[in-house]
Ligand binder design. Sequence first.
Ligand code: PLP
Length: 396
Amino acid sequence: MKVPPFSLNEQLSEIGAELDAAVLRVLHSGYYIGGEEVLSFEKSFAKSVGVSYSVSCNSGTDALILALRALEIGPGDEVITTSFSFFATAEAISNVGATPVFVEVDPKNYLIDLNKIEEAINSSTKAILPVHLFGCPVNMHKLMEIAKKNGLKVIEDCAQASGAEWEGKPVGSWGDVGCFSFFPTKNLGAAGDAGAATTQNIDLAKRMRELSVHGMPKRYFHDQIGYNSRLDALQAAILNVKLSKLSEWVERRQKIAFRYHNLLKNLPGLEVPFFNSNLNMKHAWNQFVVRVKEDAINTLPKDKKSAALSMQAINNSSSRDLLKAILQSQGVNTIIYYPIPIHLQPAYKHFGYKVGSLPLTERLCREVLSLPIYPELTEDAQVYVSEQVYKFFDQI
Ligand SMILES: *Cc1c(COP(=O)(O)O)cnc(C)c1O
């Protein structure tokens, strides 16, 4: 059996005809920039997030940049965030001239550790930028309390979390601005790059909109240095079709995640992702990320352990890399999100972070593995994936 980490084939056969019609409608309308499709998407997306305004743009990265700029965060300012995320989270902060400050993650859910935020605050700190990583919502209730107490702005990175909620309130509606990506593999994916910033604040919405169109409040009058960052009408038309499916897709992702949980929860050496159904949260499961403990091999009985160690020596790789390779040989393709933490990326070497400065983040980068997940993944495929994981732990 072959199981891809992500697939669009099933989705295309389900709604392909509607997508074709939407694309052709835009193509023949001659309205390629702005227009009805864009306006209607912004309106529906704002509604789905439970906010008054949604400003569409070119990408999730641009949404973060527009949010930071609209909040007047720039050179000399610090923004508290996490190093365990996609690079764009910190890159956006750097691109507006501010400095990302990385706080260690919470060992329970791998999200920014709320108990460590306050130690990182100083007189230059302007904002907190939490990431709802893999679709798991940060405890926004608590985070907003910390922000309020310290007079900080909050920008939510919701790129992986379309459809997630904390205490019944969608992510992207808690902070000053919520930043969404519609990159094809996200929960709500366009057919190319696309993004949006959500807010309840009319002034922020206006500023972000102007910045996204060359800092231009009226035609050919520019009062700020902005960007060319609009959502294409073609992408808006595609997103209009897909948005109506989002909640059903997230529900299917939840079912798949619960099934993986049940199939995999009893393996020593493997940690299934945090989920607590007693907490008032809705996880959007963009990724199902297991953790293959570095010392997984040491927990094995002696006879199996020596075989495993020799296998590891031959492959010169970690338990996680070994599992990934074995799954691949059985047709199961997995992805590592993320192999290198942001603070240790060459682009940030001038910050001088040493290996060991964020030990848990670094350890996660050596141990995480994303199993295949997408709304149409079948139960058979999941059982197959789990069997291969079991076989690996049995073998080693
Ligand atoms: C995808 C992603 C982004 C960037 O979104 P793009 O649309 O690709 O620019 C930012 N942050 C996180 C956490 C992401 O996963």
